[in-house]
Design a protein around this ligand. Structure first.
Ligand code: FAD
Length: 466
């Protein structure tokens, strides 16, 4: 039996990053992954493949809708979905192979097979062969899987999850998306750009409900205008039926009236749930909470002191970069360091076009907490860079403390918001004021000037270009 300082179960962005950091810090490390490929949800059926398809579909959409205005004529434009999916698979393969290389480079022993606790320091791995290893410490990083409500059970044929949506054989004529959250809107955008009529059914009154309300409102407007999305807000799905070549949804509207919505596929994207099946948590004595998540304290330590848990399988936002931060945090804690994660400064991003990105407190949260704040807004239609690229939808909003001017939240919807939010994160990590950002020199013409202008608007209502 091989003995390790640390065993990491799950090779997603939480697990593989934790394994690398443990190895960097001198620990003898094993990484256990039940599938043959590494990288977890993020690399195989999440962040990376969805972004690959978002990019391809955006190229098609731009070529079809906007190239003419740029003076570029194209004839016989068509979508080759099989090639698009092939390219996406190639990107996934390259990326997952990269993880293999990183494991070798860092001398992490990789085991492929289902890991399950025999006790708190012994793990059985059932793959092609059965092996048992011992580990002084273990990090659980087993992630999550799609969840659904009764009546909308995916059959992976017509009633699908994000995993099947990343591998469709045809562009749906009509795609019904249950859930107006990040995954539904991103994958809905992919197919709307390729020609599908997308119908979003959402129980709540706004899209991307955990983000600042103004972002969801603007995104809804743009997706309707640009991609012809149809929205059924305040509608509750009762039942989804596979009718062979189509799907039918029984839905109740806000007033309780029965509504039928049809399409040829239905994407169920109502959230994800922690995945701990077959892990043998009971054998190790590890407790879960009332939502099935592995229960951890502020040090991401379970009730069994030598076992830690990170990423989607524990509380908090289900985001790859949050999982990565937690992987580093646990490795460094184990090595006796004093790492820190400020969960308020974990940015959230939606890779629609325009992109949506945010960090810190929303206006709704500040109001609820009775914090006195100032707000500055700058619309992209006033940005020269945005006009040059015809990306004038959206805005940047900066929220700052009324008395101290400290930035409390930054919310943006617009071109390259996903990349631009990093500036706001850095500023907030250093507890910058809105005036600080207003005084930093931003290259011209760039989209980032919109953040500077919104900061100027927040600090003293002295934006230059509005
Ligand atoms: P996972 O990535 O889920 O990895 C867990 C791994 O553990 C898996 O490989 C699994 O096979 C393995 N495993 C489970 N049980 C065992 C066991 N008993 N033994 C051995 N191995 C086991 N997040 C973002 O930040 N940005 C995005 O753009 C983004 N886009 C997304 C798009 C889609 C369509 C989806 C579905 C998700 C997206 N996410 C995105 C979320 C992101 O993928 C997750 O937050 C992230 O993957 C969580 O990482 P993790 O390491 O906790 O778990």
């Amino acid at each position: 039996m091989s003995n390790y300082d640390v065993a990491v179960i799950g090779s997603g962005p939480g697990g593989y990053v934790a394994a690398i950091r443990c190895a960097q810090l001198g620990m003898k490390t094993a990484l256990i992954e039940k599938y043959n490929t590494m990288g977890g949800t993020c690399l195989n059926v999440g962040c990376i493949p969805s972004k690959a398809l978002l990019d391809s579909s955006e190229h098609f959409h731009n070529a079809k809708e906007h190239f003419g205005e740029h003076g570029i004529g194209l004839k016989d434009l068509k979508v080759d979905l099989a090639q698009m999916i092939n390219r996406k698979n190639g990107v996934v393969e390259q990326t997952t192979e990269g993880i293999k290389f990183l494991m070798k480079k860092n001398k992490v022993d990789v085991y492929h097979g289902m890991g399950s606790f025999v006790n708190a320091t012994t793990i059985m791995i059932k793959g092609e062969k059965e092996e048992t290893i011992s580990a002084a410490k273990t990090i659980i990083a087993t992630g999550s899987k799609p969840s659904f409500f009764p009546g909308m059970e995916p059959d992976k044929d017509r009633i699908i999850t994000s995993t099947e949506a990343l591998n469709l054989k045809e562009v749906p004529k009509e795609l019904v998306v249950i859930g107006g959250g990040v995954i539904g809107l991103e994958l809905g955008s992919v197919y709307a750009r390729l020609g599908s009529k997308v119908k979003v059914v959402e129980f709540m009154s706004g899209l991307i409900p955990t983000m600042d309300k103004a972002l969801g409102k603007e995104l809804q407007k743009v997706l309707k205008k640009e991609l012809g999305f149809e929205f059924y807000m305040n509608h509750q799905v009762q039942k989804v039926t596979n009718k062979g070549k189509s799907v039918e949804l029984d839905v109740k509207d806000k007033k309780g009236n029965d509504v039928k919505i049809t399409g040829d596929y239905c994407l169920v994207s109502v959230g994800r749930k922690p995945y701990t099946e077959g892990l043998g948590l009971d054998k190790a004595g590890v407790k879960t909470d009332d939502r099935g998540r592995v229960d951890v304290n502020d040090h991401l330590q379970t009730n069994v002191p030598n076992i830690y848990a990170i990423g989607d399988v524990v509380k908090g936002a289900m985001l790859a970069h949050k999982a990565e931060e937690e992987g580093v945090f646990v490795a460094e804690s184990m090595a006796g360091q004093k790492p820190h994660i400020d969960y308020n400064l974990v940015p959230g991003v939606v890779y629609t076009w325009p992109e949506v990105a945010a960090v810190g407190k929303t206006e709704e949260e500040l109001k609820e907490a009775k914090v006195e704040y100032k707000s500055g807004v700058f619309p992209f239609k006033a940005s020269g860079r945005a006009r040059a690229s015809m990306d004038t939808d959206g805005f940047v909003k900066v929220l700052a403390d009324k008395a101290t001017d400290e930035i409390l939240g930054v919310h943006m919807i617009g071109p390259r918001a996903a990349d631009m939010i990093a500036e706001a994160v850095v500023a907030m990590e250093y507890r910058a004021s809105a005036e600080d950002i207003g005084r930093f020199c931003h290259a011209h013409p760039t989209f980032t000037e919109a953040l500077k202008e919104a900061a100027l608007d927040a600090t003293e209502k002295r934006a230059i270009h509005i």
